[in-house]
Design a binder for this molecule. Structure first.
Ligand SMILES: Cc1cc2nc3c(=O)[nH]c(=O)nc-3n(C[C@H](O)[C@H](O)[C@H](O)COP(=O)(O)OP(=O)(O)OC[C@H]3O[C@@H](n4cnc5c(N)ncnc54)[C@H](O)[C@@H]3O)c2cc1C
Length: 388
């Protein structure tokens, strides 16, 4: 039996522990927070994520708690439609990818994962400060002064990963010179939205606003405002208090439905958008990275959480695969399956930001042509199946 320490009870760590729930290995999840408060607004769960839900053990629960969004609309500042793509409408998305797209509360996803893993199986208040992998076993040093030992260490500790310091001497989070504000509003209050059961990107120069329905019966909308800037992030924290009315003023000349979003959403914080600089490898010795620790990315593909699920499943498969006889062979197989894809999603998410923020002109026409054929351009993303 291998002792596996998972550092971080976020999306990737919980998905890994859930997938390993019936394995013969001893999996322990360590989380720095003192309590598991569920955080966040909404989350997009595309087919490459929902395809994994049965194996993770969350398929039924998430089907009961999510909505199937009808279409994706891309609109200009004045509300005119630049491009659109069917999703659940005409059953297009399920026919194309075999699985649904869900709009969900991030809190529901987190709570569902916690139910599968069992809250009693997570050690809280355990902040990793250092990992020593030089001896017969890995030693985990916690901020509370205690230590634990493990045979394998899964770094699921997010974009500011401590485990990553063991794996790479140089990789670090890089500020993308972009920031976001996000919140929730009741769909019933947003009567100027002509397509409240659909996903809408309102696109302008240097900024865009996104609204998409989440939860059973489309009752809430997640609203996210993305802006280029500031050039530098001057704060230690990656979320800082924001002046919501000043943000709304920047969109005063946009379509009235956008103005109404700002009337009903509380955008109390500005989120700095970071991504992880490239790593030469995702593992070293007994330590391996998943999720944002390996490929923290901009959120424009809605793939941060579900790509961590892809990592979690692939890693669980190689660890449980007895034909791979050494740790190095297992981690190499995991990296071959995941690293190029993780980096591709990361790079593509970055370029989506620039596409959505184009100034008026010919480049927008070319972008709209691509957006009208989303199914063709992004089948590599939504059609992926873990191959190990
Ligand atoms: C504005 C915005 C919108 C987004 N929208 C979407 C979306 O629609 N769809 C989507 O899929 N993704 C989305 N994401 C991204 C998604 O939330 C993340 O990519 C995802 O949570 C990554 O999962 P993770 O497990 O790698 O890291 P996290 O979920 O960040 O979890 C890391 C965990 O590790 C713990 N931890 C950190 N350091 C330590 C330590 N030293 N010791 C112990 N524990 C530690 C943390 O407390 C945390 O619980 C969005 C992100 C942003 C910023």
């Amino acid at each position: 039996m291998t002792r596996i320490a998972v550092i971080g009870a976020g999306m990737g760590g919980l998905a890994f522990a859930a997938t390993m729930r019936n394995s013969r290995h001893d999996v322990t999840v360590y989380e720095q927070a003192n309590e598991l408060t569920e955080l966040g607004t909404g989350i997009s769960l595309w087919a490459n994520g929902t395809r994994l839900f049965a194996e993770i053990g969350i398929a039924t629960s998430m089907a009961e708690r999510s909505c199937e969004t009808e279409a994706a609309y891309f609109r200009n500042e004045d509300g005119s439609v630049a491009a659109s793509q069917r999703l659940a409408r005409d059953n297009w998305y399920r026919q194309e990818y075999g699985l649904p797209y869900y709009g969900a509360f991030r809190t529901d996803l987190q709570a569902t994962l916690l139910d599968v893993v069992g809250r009693e199986n997570i050690w809280l208040g355990k902040q990793l400060t250092r990992l020593d992998d030089s001896g017969e076993e890995a030693t985990l040093y916690w901020a509370d002064g205690t230590q634990n030992a493990a045979d394998l260490v899964v770094g699921a500790d997010g974009i500011r990963s401590v485990v990553r310091q063991t794996v790479s001497d140089t990789a670090h989070p890089v500020f993308t010179s972009n920031s976001a504000f996000r919140g929730l509003a009741k769909t019933a209050l947003l009567d100027r939205l002509t397509e409240p059961h659909s996903f809408t990107d309102w696109m302008g120069e240097d900024m865009h606003v996104l609204n998409f329905p989440i939860g059973k019966d489309f009752k809430y909308q997640t609203i996210v405002v993305f802006m280029d800037g500031p050039e530098k992030w001057e704060h230690d924290a990656w979320r800082v208090p924001a002046n919501a009315s000043a943000i709304g003023k920047k969109f005063a000349h946009w379509h009235p439905a956008v103005g109404q979003l700002f009337e009903h959403v509380n955008l109390a914080e500005r989120w700095g958008m970071f991504q992880v600089s490239p790593l030469s490898s995702w593992h070293r010795g007994r330590a391996v990275l998943i999720g944002d620790a390996a490929h923290g990315m901009m959120p424009h593909h809605g793939q941060g959480a579900i790509s961590s699920f892809e990592d979690a499943i692939a890693l669980a498969h190689v660890i449980n695969d007895d034909t791979l006889s050494s740790v190095a062979a297992k981690f190499d197989a995991y990296e071959r399956e995941r690293k190029a894809r993780g980096e591709r999603i990361q790079t593509s998410s970055r370029s989506v930001n620039d596409c959505l923020h184009l100034p008026a002109g010919a480049a927008r026409l070319e972008r709209n042509r691509v957006l009208n054929e989303l199914g063709r351009h992004f089948s590599w993303l939504h059609g992926y199946k873990v191959g190990v």
